[in-house]
Design a protein around this ligand. Structure first.
Ligand SMILES: Nc1nc2c(ncn2[C@@H]2O[C@H](COP(=O)(O)OP(=O)(O)O)[C@@H](O)[C@H]2O)c(=O)[nH]1
Ligand SMILES: *[C@@H]1O[C@H](CO)[C@@H](O)[C@H](O)[C@H]1NC(C)=O
Ligand SMILES: *[C@@H]1O[C@H](CO)[C@@H](O)[C@H](O)[C@H]1NC(C)=O
Ligand SMILES: [Mg+2]
Length: 404
């Protein structure tokens, strides 16, 4: 018995040695290991093994099968200099799970590499669950601010009875959000106050994010740095015509402002984006402000503050239902130089009900886009983006006619 046991122990020892030897020799030759040629053969379903970054792969045709590791991955976090920038979201506690989806899109496609901060603003206190979930999702710092009452209420110069009557009429006409008080406070806040919130004073650049948005392509560069390096102040991805019922006298108020403050109007402006008759009437084109990357110091400038104060006193936030989108857009078009506005064709975006899916198949493939190009709104008749191209004498992207 003792003899057999010793014999068995010897065999086990020898086996362990053999296995160890095998691993040591194979791990030291992993980069030069060659598979039998029958294994790498052309149409085989098994992809040929590649060195970690696939450099040698570049001379071969692109594989149409997985693993899709023909390109070196960008670094997990960008090593470059960080900008003085933040994401900003206005939300209620009840928006938690919808904003959670948006954050996930923004982090996966962009911010996991850059780790920018995120400021959340609310007219009420954020609850613990909202803070816990959102701070777990954001890779940068999160900050939570309460909006001061005077920025979310009727100014004393507003006639409350007149405002109430308008809401009744708009409700009958079934104008979207026509009878809502809170929506009006929201639009006025986004038009004139978010950039002055104490938490926002710490930053120069912002990227606005709303609940339930989607991003469809990888963004592999710092969009804030792009804005700064290219002297951009305001940007958009979707543009369209505003419902005229919500802004019947907005253009009159703008004309009053430009007559009172001609010094705030930029000579090299984008009036042709807004008007077909050199400013007599407004064509209702605007940039859709649920997405914005912009410069906070511009919004905090005397020119913009005079503009907002002037519109605010005209009363249209309450006597009509002026949206922050046309308010921001008209300011950007009239008070900034043409070249300070930017269309981010490469940021693929969805906010119900419109999609911006970049024109150009190669771009979409290279950036792992998952939007259906048929959903792209840019070249639709209700979009103003073609007009933006014309205003700036820009060549429309190749293949745009196909998407029309
Ligand atoms: N704190 C707060 N945020 C609001 C309120 N109403 C709207 N918002 C936010 O304001 C933004 C625009 O509102 P949303 O409902 O998306 O309007 P829509 O995109 O025009 O349909 C979103 O970020 C909302 O979360 C409100 O009463 N309180
Ligand atoms: C960021 O920008 C704000 C607004 O311009 C400024 O007050 C602040 O000092 C800047 N912070 C840094 C770190 O540069
Ligand atoms: C424009 O200004 C005139 C004169 O100050 C004023 O009577 C009118 O109500 C203003 N219109 C708007 C829309 O603000
Ligand atoms: Mg929204």
């Amino acid at each position: 018995m003792a003899g057999t046991q010793r014999y068995l122990r010897y065999i086990v020892f020898a086996l362990v040695c053999l296995i160890l030897l095998f691993f040591i020799s194979s791990s030291s030759s992993v980069t030069s290991a060659n598979w039998p040629s029958s294994y790498t053969g052309g149409d085989s379903a098994v992809p040929s093994p590649q060195p970690p970054h696939g450099k040698e792969q570049q001379t071969e045709p692109k594989p149409s099968s997985t693993p899709n590791n023909d390109k070196a991955l960008p670094p997990a976090t960008d090593a470059g200099e960080r900008m003085n920038a933040t994401f900003v979201t206005l939300a209620r506690n009840s928006d938690l799970w919808e904003i959670a989806k948006s954050i996930r899109h923004v982090e996966d496609r962009f911010n996991r590499k850059f780790n920018y901060d995120w400021v959340f603003l609310n007219d009420d206190d954020f609850n613990d669950e909202f803070k816990k979930v959102t701070s777990a999702l954001v890779s940068g710092k999160t900050k939570y601010g309460k909006i001061p009452e005077e920025h979310w209420s009727f100014p004393d110069f507003i006639d409350q009875d007149r405002a109430a009557k308008v809401r009744e009429e708009m409700k009958e006409k079934k104008i979207i959000y026509g009878d809502s008080i809170s929506y009006r406070h929201m639009c006025r806040y986004e038009s004139g106050f978010f950039f002055r919130h104490p938490l926002m004073l710490d930053y120069e650049w912002y990227w606005r994010v709303e609940p339930s948005i989607e991003l469809y392509c990888d963004i592999n560069y710092d969009t804030f740095k792009f804005m700064a390096d290219n002297k951009k102040k305001y940007s958009f991805v979707l543009s369209l015509y505003e419902y005229v019922e919500t802004i019947p006298t907005l253009w009159d108020a703008v004309k009053n402002f430009t007559a009172t403050y001609p010094q705030h109007i930029e000579k090299d402006n984008s009036m042709t984006f807004l008007s077909e008759d050199d400013g007599k009437t407004y064509n209702h084109c605007h940039f859709w402000s649920n997405f914005e990357i912009g410069n906070l110091n511009w919004l905090r400038s005397d020119a913009y503050i005079d503009y907002f104060t002037s519109l605010d006193h005209a009363g249209g936030f309450f006597y009509e239902r002026w949206g922050d989108a046309p308010v921001h857009s008209i300011a950007a078009a009239l008070m900034l130089k043409k070249e300070e506005l930017h269309f981010f064709n490469d940021i693929a975006y969805y906010h119900v009900p419109f999609t911006h899916c970049p024109t150009g198949e190669q771009y979409r493939l290279d950036h792992k886009c998952h939007c259906n190009p048929k959903d792209n709104f840019d070249w639709n008749g209700y979009s103003c983006t073609a007009r933006f191209y014309e205003t700036n004498n820009m060549k429309k992207p190749e293949g745009y006619e196909k998407d029309q």
